[in-house]
Design a protein around this ligand. Structure first.
Ligand code: HEM
Length: 405
């Protein structure tokens, strides 16, 4: 059976939806905060209302898709795929005790203080990347902001945090991208999975070597501290568990932050009036609200479960549309207007509940530090040509953004 929401979703997951998902979200909002789907696309429902999305994400009846779910739906062979095995063993795709154990370990060492201590290093990385941008402008007259700044900043920051040598980052990029290709909603072919599996093997070996090295010679990085906490017997986490979580954390940290930086920069280029507010938390929150870098997350429940008056069927995937919830007119007046002067902005862009983003404070700090410095160093920064969209529904942002001074 095809529902009205199925029709809208078809448009959303098309080229037109990639260009402008918000007109489809507006259609979904008209259908209500929760809409049932026919199930042909593999999803049972979409949650688009802000209140309903927030409620569902905090509701203990709802789980992330984990190994239990994969055993039911993913076919018997999923454990043979390194990527799927790693994902399902990570905190992002675990529920209950396994999730809690990993979260506790990371919370012990990845503290708010740690983020504050990292801020000077973030500033230095920003300055270094701006030097490279300036060289690019001198040489070529323009530069791709995504390639030259928005990508390398968060990857360098997470590398500095974890203790991954900066020189290894070029090796990381294609491997991380192969994994991301598989995580998008469309294009999950066997070839894409095989490439992602191979990337997972290589990245896992890399992390294993790093763990061995830090165990032998600890440094002041996060991996050394995680290893020390595990070796002190405080957490029941194996090296394999740590590898799975590091792999997911590294990917989760910069494939998302790249779009916070890119989307924010586009607002500043498009609406120079906001320049004065660029470093304010309100500006960063509005960028997060207006263009959620992660457009949706998935949940399922063991039993039928009601949210906002609609019963969601057991053991089926529900899409929680963060990008739509942030544009709910019942929560934000004139939701399609970018307004850095809004008050009480609490976007769902980092999720909510037990899986709330572990790196939210770090991502916010990167944006707060980067935007004002960029505008101060390049006061006449402008778009050289229109930006090109990232071709993914899941991660909303730009693939390239040519800029000039
Ligand atoms: C603008 C940047 C970012 C955005 C938009 C973002 C978004 C999200 C969202 C929506 C979730 C929840 C997933 C769910 O509920 O299923 C999440 C979880 C997570 N994020 Fe982020 N993230 C960002 C940056 C980061 C950074 C910088 C790090 C690490 C340094 C990070 C690490 C994680 C991890 C490990 C989880 C899994 C937490 C769990 O399952 O308990 N993220 N993120």
């Amino acid at each position: 059976m095809t529902t009205a929401a199925d029709q809208v979703l078809k448009g959303l997951f098309s080229e037109a939806g990639l260009d402008d998902p918000y007109r489809y979200y507006a259609e979904l909002h008209k259908l209500g905060p929760v809409s049932l789907l026919g199930g042909d696309g593999g999803y049972a429902a979409v949650v688009t209302g802000y209140q309903a999305a927030d409620e569902l994400l905090r509701d203990p009846r709802f789980h992330v898709a984990d190994d239990v779910f994969s055993d039911d739906h993913g076919g018997p062979g999923w454990r043979e795929h390194p990527l799927l095995a790693v994902l399902n063993n990570s905190m992002m795709y675990s529920n209950g005790p396994r999730h809690l154990t990993a979260r506790r370990l990371f919370h012990q060492v990845f503290t708010p203080r740690r983020v504050t201590e990292l801020e000077p290093a973030v500033g230095q990385l920003v300055d270094g990347l701006m030097d490279q941008l300036a060289e690019r402008f001198d040489r070529d007259g323009e530069a791709d902001f995504m390639t030259e700044f928005a990508y390398p900043l968060p990857s360098s920051v997470v590398a500095a945090l974890l203790g991954i040598p900066q020189d290894d980052l070029a090796w990381f990029r294609p491997r991380v991208e192969r994994i991301n290709d598989f995580l998008d909603v469309v294009g999950k072919t066997d070839e894409v999975l095989a490439a992602a599996d191979q990337a997972t093997r290589e990245l896992s070996d890399y992390y294993q070597d790093l763990i061995v090295a830090r165990r032998k010679t600890p440094s002041d990085d996060l991996i050394s501290q995680l290893v020390a906490a595990i070796d002190a017997g405080l957490h029941e986490v194996s090296d394999y568990d740590l590898i799975c979580n590091l792999l997911v954390l590294f990917n989760a940290s910069f494939v998302t932050t790249i779009h916070l930086i890119g989307n924010g920069m586009w607002q500043l280029l498009d609406q120079p009036g906001f320049s004065a507010a660029a470093g304010s938390p309100a500006f960063v929150e509005e960028v997060l609200r207006y263009e959620a870098p992660v457009q949706f997350v998935a949940r399922w429940s063991e039993e039928d479960a009601e949210i906002a008056g609609t019963v969601l069927p057991a053991k089926e995937i529900v899409l929680v549309m963060l990008g739509a919830a942030n544009r709910d007119s019942l929560r934000y007046p004139s939701p399609d207007l970018f307004d850095a002067g809004r008050t009480d902005v609490k976007p769902l862009s980092f999720g909510a509940g037990p899986h709330y983003c572990l790196g939210a404070a770090l991502a916010r700090a990167e944006a707060r530090i980067a935007f004002p410095r960029l505008l101060e160093r390049f006061p006449s920064l402008r778009a050289a040509r229109p930006p090109v969209r990232n071709p993914q529904q899941f991660l909303r942002g730009y693939k390239s953004m040519p800029v000039a001074t």
